[in-house]
Design a protein around this ligand. Structure first.
Ligand code: GDP
Length: 596
């Protein structure tokens, strides 16, 4: 049976290309095209609440209506794969919308997810967003996207994909550049017409693969998946098959059953083929488990979860300013929040350490962890982080392996020499170089994850905030040997216009460390030669841009908030200097003293 009343899609977009704005706009306009108006009001309500709380508007799952068709929109991580997550998510959908900034073009992080989508033979709709931008170059971006499709071995059908131009900000979409925009209707229609309805056998035995886990403190773990075959009913008894070992099975009862509407979960009695459902009442439900009938339990195979490659320590911030901006500052807060994250992120590890104030957090690359850090800080958690360390492995012959990343770098031509030199010192190998737009060059490196640690801040300085660096985990490769580079720089403690930030600065790796809380804190980095105060150069970047490891241009990235630069002597007053060269939890014990 085909469910013509459902479309299941995923949106793929690079950070900042407008996914949230787009989905928000689809939500807003959803009711406009629907006969039943009550749902629209509800959606709007929940939307406002989310806005007030200042949390991400785009929930993991959102459903919008166009006429009487329900479009389930599933969020994909916009960055590298965090442990097979991308593939599991894409298995729930019948097509994807690739959102690309009409100026920036396709970015490497989307390349990874796009590749998976193409491999799974999903049809793709390309949505060129931000066409209202004066510098927009939609036709060129289309050519670039098509080149990328070819590079990623897209099929002929996939190459023949529809293009929709949009300005999510203005709430409009058009199919041809010379059309006059009115609303999002062209995008809605393209989705309905181009993405196939989900299919399955309603009379077959029930099969639901749990693709993601949601967590709610009142009902606990909530498994989310698509009904592949059969149906699910409230209170129905089903077999839960363990992802890793299908022999491990258990009879469970469906507690509550939900489908998505707008940003909410709506309780339902029964869910049929093609529905994206959320199931509560099964405490030990895990990603990759299959729910199936008692009589004939057959597991659905799933993508194995990958192991972490990098670790950082998250440390309670005991500075005298703790609590001024953040809401959650104690070790218990930090612990609870980190362990809660494990409910929904399967590729993350959290371990206790000897210190009750420090937790070791491991994930899939620096980016994975920086997304978590960013989210937690937005929520009001105050903590410090140590420098990242990579997790080594050995191959079957005992040879040491280390995680390798691909770095794609866009820089103005005049800086390419510096970047190549710096990355070569860090064992990066230049794989390719091409000319991008507006006097920019694009460099592609294969580099040990180790070599990138602490590099981003330096990169920002070296390129005067005009460079963009994107990195993606590639593979485990043979250990590349010691990395040594010029010893340079010193330490920091400084004040920005909005609040005071300190950090320790590793002289060997010119790095940045963020300490602070709340949206407004700016992170910074000071670079000095020989530790002389007068040589200190300050580079203040908005935290968001740093942790996203990209900047959207000089004016934004180098927003100097006239920091008060302390002399080296003054700065040292606030930091234990004995072990300045190594960033360890111990070094982070900053003396409790107020800067005035
Ligand atoms: P996401 O990271 O992909 O979810 O991106 P957001 O939806 O948060 O958008 C990132 C930024 O781009 C925000 O400042 C938006 O206001 C802006 N933006 C989104 N869509 C458009 C658009 O169509 N035109 C313009 N000019 N800006 C947009």
């Amino acid at each position: 049976t085909k469910r013509e009343d459902i479309r299941n899609i995923a949106i793929i977009a690079h950070v900042d290309h407008g996914k949230t704005t787009l989905v928000d706009e689809l939500l807003k306009q959803s009711g406009v095209f629907r006969s039943n108006q009550t749902v629209q009001e509800r959606v709007m309500d929940s939307n406002d609440i989310e806005r007030e709380r200042g949390i991400t508007i785009l929930a993991k799952n959102t459903a919008v209506f166009y006429n009487d068709v329900k479009i389930n929109i599933i969020d994909t991580p916009g960055h590298a794969d965090f442990g097979g997550e991308v593939e599991r998510v894409l298995k729930m959908v019948n097509g994807v919308v690739l959102v690309v900034d009409a100026y920036e073009g396709a970015m490497p992080q989307t390349k990874f997810v796009l590749k998976k989508a193409l491999e799974l033979e999903l049809p793709v709709i390309v949505c060129i967003n931000k066409i209202d931008r004066p510098e927009a170059r939609p036709s060129e971006v289309i050519d670039e996207v098509l080149d990328l499709f070819i590079e990623l071995d897209a099929s002929d059908e996939q190459l023949d994909c529809p293009f929709v131009y949009a300005s999510a900000k203005e709430g409009v979409a058009i199919l041809e550049l010379d059309h006059s925009p009115e609303n999002m209707k062209p995008l809605f229609e393209t989705i309905i017409n181009y993405i196939p309805a989900p299919e399955g056998d309603p009379d077959a035995e029930t099969q639901v693969l749990i693709s993601t886990i949601d967590y709610n403190e009142y009902v606990g773990r909530i498994g989310v998946g698509k009904v592949d075959n059969g149906s699910l009913r409230l209170n129905q008894e089903v077999m839960l098959l363990n992802a890793h070992d299908p022999e491990k099975r258990k009879k469970v009862k469906i507690g509550k059953l939900y489908e998505f509407e707008g940003l909410k979960k709506i309780e339902v009695e029964k869910a049929d083929i093609g529905a994206i459902v959320a199931i509560s009442g099964i405490p030990d439900i895990h990603i990759g488990d299959t729910l199936c009938s008692l009589e004939n339990p057959v597991p659905i195979p799933f993508q194995k979860i990958s192991e972490p490659t990098i670790a950082m320590h998250f440390i309670v911030n005991d500075s005298p300013f703790a609590g001024q901006e953040g809401k959650f500052v104690t070790s218990r807060h930090l612990r609870e929040r980190l362990f809660r994250e494990l409910n929904t992120d399967v590729s993350l590890r959290v371990e206790e350490t000897e210190s009750t104030e420090s937790y070791k957090v491991s994930g899939r690359g620096e980016l994975h962890l920086s997304v978590l850090i960013e989210n937690m800080r937005r929520e009001g958690y105050e903590f410090a982080v140590s420098k990242a360390e990579v997790l080594y492995r050995t191959d079957e012959n005992g040879k040491l392996l280390e995680p390798m990343e691909t770095a794609i770098i866009d820089v103005p031509e005049e800086y390419t020499g510096t970047v190549i030199e710096k990355l070569s010192q860090r064992k990066g190998e230049l794989q390719g170089m091409s000319t991008a737009n507006g006097g920019y060059s694009r460099l592609e490196f294969s580099i040990p994850a180790r070599g990138l640690i602490g590099y981003r801040g330096e990169f920002m300085t070296d390129t005067r905030g005009n460079g963009i660096i994107n990195t993606v985990f590639d593979c485990y490769g043979p250990y590349k040997g010691d990395i040594q580079y010029r010893k340079q720089g010193s330490l920091i403690a400084f004040e920005t216009g909005e609040s005071i930030t300190y950090g320790l600065f590793n002289a060997q790796e010119r790095g940045t460390l963020f300490i602070g809380a709340g949206e407004k804190v700016y992170a910074g980095m000071i670079i000095g030669q020989n530790g002389k105060a007068e040589d200190i150069e300050v580079n203040i970047c908005k935290r968001k841009q740093l942790t996203n490891t990209r900047s959207s241009g000089a004016d934004d990235a180098l927003k100097l908030t006239t920091p008060r630069i302390l002399s080296l002597e003054q700065a040292l007053e606030f930091i234990d200097t004995d072990e300045l060269l190594e960033v360890t939890p111990e070094n982070l014990r900053i003396r409790k003293k107020i800067l005035d």
